[in-house]
Unconditional design. Structure first.
Ligand code: SF4
Ligand SMILES: [Zn+2]
Length: 369
């Protein structure tokens, strides 16, 4: 990876900018980050060494452009065409442009841009739902070959599934905020976004916890040095079909406390065996119902990315379906939220047995009432 900063300085335009590290860093050396200036590195990708070879080579990996500014900033309109000319020359490199100004993307776009250049990835940030709903439809409508999303600093739970469903988003990254004034990031937001990516087979990268991280309702202050390491250790980054979610460590809930929590949920405690469910159990016997439960779990919940996840369990029609809703064993999101079983992994034998057991225990208790 290499960084190319053709200009420096920026203006805050959205909530994600509040604690911008460019401002923080410039302030610490008495500089005004609000003054935008062209840098000596403007033509970095074209610079050559004494042997006459380009300084930046494909071996440097992705070239991140404008990491101390925004590529689509107004002040840079007059400089941007020159950058596109440079990018056009270096087709051997892979350029990555992260922006909070996707709505200015078309300003000074080169005439031969066509439907995008294959060696350029455009990444729109969305730190909250508002920015996601404003910026992502714009990004999807633009001629871009490679589109990515970054939610960093992630400021709230965001729902971007309708944009992921387009099949046009290649990658999603999220992370908490660093620095002394960091706003908190909650693991539940990370998990929610990750599940949306899993359902749409989009790779997901949990980059860093940020300085203030909430897990299971507890707030942790994470040292700068550990913020990325902790995110890696959590195992929450996801690449479809790689089995990477096996790295997530978790402990199944205590059954007594689970029952208590379920009984406190208005939605879960609304479910009871119907007369039809009871007649079915009477006719088939609990053993057969148990084998159906195991079967449903294995087929509809166990795959890494189950079909129609979230709506695979009918609301009625079988005592096991009723029990699945009552016990939050209905989909992978509920299994993660209520039972801590991570999404994005193939369920193993122990997990299938545990879920079947939770379902059957509920059925037996209800049946005997
Ligand atoms: S757009 Fe980026 S660089 Fe510019 S102020 Fe916002 S966070 Fe800072
Ligand atoms: Zn569910």
């Amino acid at each position: 990876m290499a960084i190319w900063n053709p200009w420096h300085g920026c203006h805050k335009i959205s909530p994600g900018c509040a604690n911008c590290y460019v401002y923080r860093r410039d302030e610490s050396i008495g500089k005004d980050a609000g003054i935008v200036v062209k840098t000596g590195d403007y033509d970095l990708p074209l610079k050559k060494n004494r042997q006459g070879s380009y300084k930046l080579t494909a071996g440097d990996g992705t070239i991140f452009a404008c990491m101390t500014s925004d590529f689509f900033l107004e002040e840079a309109d007059e400089w941007r065409r020159g950058c596109w000319d440079i990018i056009r020359v270096r087709k051997d490199l892979s350029f990555h442009i992260i922006t909070k100004r996707i709505d200015r993307f078309e300003k000074e776009l080169p005439p031969d841009w066509g439907d995008g250049w294959d060696h350029v990835t455009i990444c729109s940030t969305c730190e909250d739902q508002d920015r996601a709903d404003y910026r992502l439809p714009i990004m999807l409508s633009l001629p871009i070959r490679h589109r990515e999303i970054i939610s960093e600093p992630m400021l709230e739970e965001i729902h971007i599934e309708k944009y992921l469903e387009s099949g046009l988003i290649e990658h999603v990254t999220c992370g908490g905020e660093s620095g002394p004034k960091a706003r908190p990031c909650d693991l539940r937001w990370v998990q929610e976004l990750r599940r949306q990516c899993i359902r749409n087979a989009v790779p997901f990268y949990f980059k860093q916890t940020g300085a203030v991280f909430i897990k299971d309702g507890r707030t942790y202050h994470i040292d700068r040095k550990l913020q990325m390491a902790q995110a890696v250790k959590s195992g929450y980054s996801y690449t479809p079909g790689t089995g990477c979610a096996e790295a997530i460590r978790y402990v199944l809930p205590d059954r007594k406390s689970l029952t208590e929590r379920l009984s406190k949920s208005d939605f879960r405690s609304r479910f009871h065996l119907s007369a039809e469910d009871r007649a079915y159990i009477e006719e088939k016997g609990l053993e057969t119902v148990s084998s159906h439960a195991k079967d449903f779990v294995a087929k509809r919940l166990a795959p890494e990315n189950p079909e129609k996840d979230g709506s695979q369990t009918p609301m009625k029609g079988h005592p096991v379906f009723t029990a699945q809703h009552a016990t939050a064993c209905c989909c992978r999101a509920c299994l993660e939220k209520w039972h801590r079983i991570p999404s994005g992994k193939q369920l193993n034998g122990t997990e299938i047995s545990y879920i079947t057991d939770v379902i059957m225990q509920w059925i037996e208790n209800e049946y005997r009432k």
